[in-house]
Ligand binder design. Structure first.
Ligand code: FES
Length: 192
């Protein structure tokens, strides 16, 4: 076969195939644009849907419960002689988990908040010394919660306490009363 004829044939073939290649490149470009376009539409729709769902379920901050049924009143009225402040016993069972003490006096029961009134450390009860002591800066309180040593500026606060129809005691740790408010509002369970 003549070499010149082969070259001409190749050029013709190339020219014939050129429009086909151009077309496939355009088609590819069209397809890409279409995919990107639909992707954007889907993203916008998704964002709108997400916002609508968020609107239906607004953000809520959940707080742990603050009311505790601590038991039947019989569990807190054991016998004993009152100390010089009128306190018969200090129940420490709720200090670790709920940060309060249950104090039994001759004629009433109340919940002492175990938070030091100086800077808020948790006070401990010392049965042998009959006092509360703060481990941070040494404040000390008598059995009825009145401060007598260290930097504490006032008596320990108290919590809301009540008794239901089944004679069970409930303490609400979200409700805090100063010692004066506690007396004024009679925030204790009166024993007959
Ligand atoms: S926090 Fe209790 S004495 Fe300072």
């Amino acid at each position: 076969m003549d070499a010149q004829w082969v070259d001409v044939q190749m050029i013709e073939d190339k020219e014939k195939s050129a429009p086909a290649e151009g077309l496939s490149r355009r088609a590819f470009l069209d397809k890409s644009i279409s995919v990107i376009g639909w992707g954007l539409v889907a993203t916008c729709l998704g964002a709108g849907l997400y916002e609508n769902i968020r609107f239906l379920y607004p953000s809520v901050v959940f707080h742990p419960p603050s009311r505790y049924i601590i038991g039947p009143i019989q569990d807190f009225i054991g016998g004993g002689n009152p100390d010089q402040y009128g306190v018969i016993s200090v129940d420490t069972r709720f200090k670790k988990d709920h940060r309060f003490f249950v104090v039994r006096e001759k004629n009433r029961i109340y919940a002492l908040y175990a938070r030091c009134t100086h800077l808020g450390c948790t006070v401990n009860w010392f049965q042998d010394l009959n006092i509360f002591k703060c481990p941070c800066h040494g404040s000390e309180y008598h059995s009825h919660g009145h401060e007598f040593a260290g930097p504490a500026p006032r008596p320990l606060d108290r919590h809301y306490i009540t008794q239901d129809s089944e004679k069970r005691i409930t303490v609400d740790t979200a409700m805090v009363y100063s010692q004066q408010e506690f007396e004024k509002q009679k925030m204790f369970i009166q024993l007959s």
